[in-house]
Design a protein around this ligand. Structure first.
Ligand SMILES: Cc1cc2nc3c(=O)[nH]c(=O)nc-3n(C[C@H](O)[C@H](O)[C@H](O)COP(=O)(O)O)c2cc1C
Length: 331
């Protein structure tokens, strides 16, 4: 396939694996990139810039294709060593960065001077336009369906993507709710130049996470995600479990008086417990509604090639046949 996104990033297929805490390690990023997509290492999962540098080096040993690093900018009392992480990315020769969370403006000059392309993840048209105006190269437009932080506007991709297409000049990918060939064709039809997937890539053979997580994803339906932390304006879509139901009870009881400290047990330290030890009731971990469309655990190559060949079939067979007169006129 050829789209503005494959051209921008020098990749074969317009399919990106979004940054995922404790999931986006070198193994997954390399597998996605080797399959012709764009794999992304999650920067902050590495506790220090030195560890990120090691992870980048490990990924380079596993692939000679382009891969990226995710940098998530969250409000924090003691912020991570962002200058150190940016330097590790530059020194590691990485040419693509996925930014998310707060405005990445402060870091753009250093990234741009080193020839790094930046794709910023946004959950609204206004943030996408802001990212375009400060010089980001592309946007990952993340709809309300998405796993992780959908923002506070609650606009699903059927509206958000065409709205982005109406306003943006730089290319964008559809993120949130994407799983298969149908998603890719729909995303392209709505104006995107490709798609970004999180949850779907967790249920792949190469995802370096506990088998329990993959099985939970395959078992879950589209009704099994919950939104938590809305009253803290830090809304997150997660897969439900005993820890999450406890969190929701606290939210109901404490109402607008809820403070982050009240839910620390259900949100802090959950990722290693879930992803590494497979303790499925540990608490809140990001998961998209798309979980209802995930029924198997393929390799990244099987997944990506299946999406691309399936998309071509949908366009050339199913959709083409819906316009018989045009097809006849062209014959
Ligand atoms: C387990 C998990 C962890 C995530 N961690 C991050 C993260 O650290 N930074 C980030 O920008 N996005 C993160 N995301 C969001 C994904 O990059 C992606 O935008 C999202 O999963 C897309 O929605 P989908 O799950 O419906 O495909 C995470 C998503 C999941 C499922």
């Amino acid at each position: 396939m050829k789209t503005r996104i494959t051209e921008l990033f020098g990749i074969e297929h317009p399919i990106i694996q979004g940054g995922m805490h404790f999931v986006g390690l070198a193994e997954l990023a390399a597998a996605v990139s080797n399959a012709g997509g764009l794999g992304i290492i999650t920067g902050l999962t590495q506790r220090t810039p030195e560890l990120l540098a090691n992870e980048i080096a490990r990924c380079r040993e596993m692939t000679d294709k382009p891969f990226g690093v995710n940098l998530t900018f969250l409000p924090s009392v003691t912020p991570p060593d962002y200058p150190g992480y940016v330097q590790a990315i530059i020194d590691g020769g990485v040419k693509i960065v996925e930014t998310a969370g707060n405005n990445p403006q402060k870091w753009l000059p250093a990234l741009k001077e080193n020839g790094i392309k930046v794709i910023h993840k946004c959950t609204s048209v206004r943030h996408s336009l802001k990212a375009e105006s400060i010089g980001c190269d592309a946007i990952s437009v993340d709809g309300f369906e998405c796993g992780g932080h959908p923002g506070e506007d609650d606009v699903p991709n059927f509206i958000l993507l065409p709205r982005a297409a109406e306003e943006l000049k730089i290319p964008f990918v559809a993120s949130g709710g994407m799983a298969d060939a149908r998603s890719l064709v729909a995303a392209l039809a709505l104006g995107a130049e490709g798609m970004n997937m999180g949850t779907r890539f967790m249920a792949t053979r190469e995802a370096p996470i506990h088998e329990n997580v993959k099985l939970a994803i395959v078992a879950a339906s589209e009704l099994d995600t919950r939104l938590v932390m809305r009253s803290l304006r830090n809304t997150e879509r997660v897969l439900t479990n005993a820890g999450v139901e406890r969190l929701i009870e606290k939210e109901k009881t404490l109402g607008s008086g809820l403070k982050f400290e009240d839910i620390i047990a259900e949100v802090a330290g959950v990722y290693p417990a879930i992803m590494q030890r497979g303790e499925m009731d540990a608490g809140a971990w990001s998961c998209g509604m798309v979980v209802g469309l995930i029924h198997d655990i393929p390799t990244c190559k099987e997944l990506i090639e299946g999406i691309v060949t399936g998309a071509e079939q949908i366009v050339r067979q199913r959709l083409e046949r819906m316009f018989p007169q045009t097809a006849a006129a062209m014959a």
